[in-house]
Design a binder for this molecule. Sequence first.
Ligand SMILES: [Zn+2]
Length: 168
Amino acid sequence: MENQSPDHEACCRIATASCLCPVCGNAGRKVAAVTLDHHVSEQFRAAIGNDATFCLNPACEVVYCNPGGFVIRKGQTLLPVTQKDPGDEVLVCYCFEHRRGDLRRDLREKGNTDIPDQIKKGIADGRCDCERKNPQGACCLGNVAAAIKTIKENVKIDAKGSEKSSAL
Ligand SMILES: [Zn+2]
């Protein structure tokens, strides 16, 4: 987990969670009603209520929980969730619709990606809508950085693996 820098955007601030995840026990991030309205189907919207927490643990399948112990799991939200789903079709930035596969393509073809800069420019222009559009109710830049790091690490492992196999 990255530390919050003091100059962090207001939209990135992690609000104190009202409950721990009943499945993994981690503290999550409190989300607003507007976040739940955008990501939870009508079927679960009343049950989760307005006092809900987003579980930040990638290893846990809970997306939202509330103090009553009601949980909404991976696959039950309207969109796949970056932290919970490693697929390439999954959005890493919900405001400007960048997918994990877009990062992978840039890194493979150019060795780098300007997607974080594109997102920062969008934020600077006031065009982001993280609280509503991102399932965690906050800015995606930390998730994008984490996704880039994971892809780069996997590429390194692949490269090592192929070196090894060519040496054999
Ligand atoms: Zn959890």
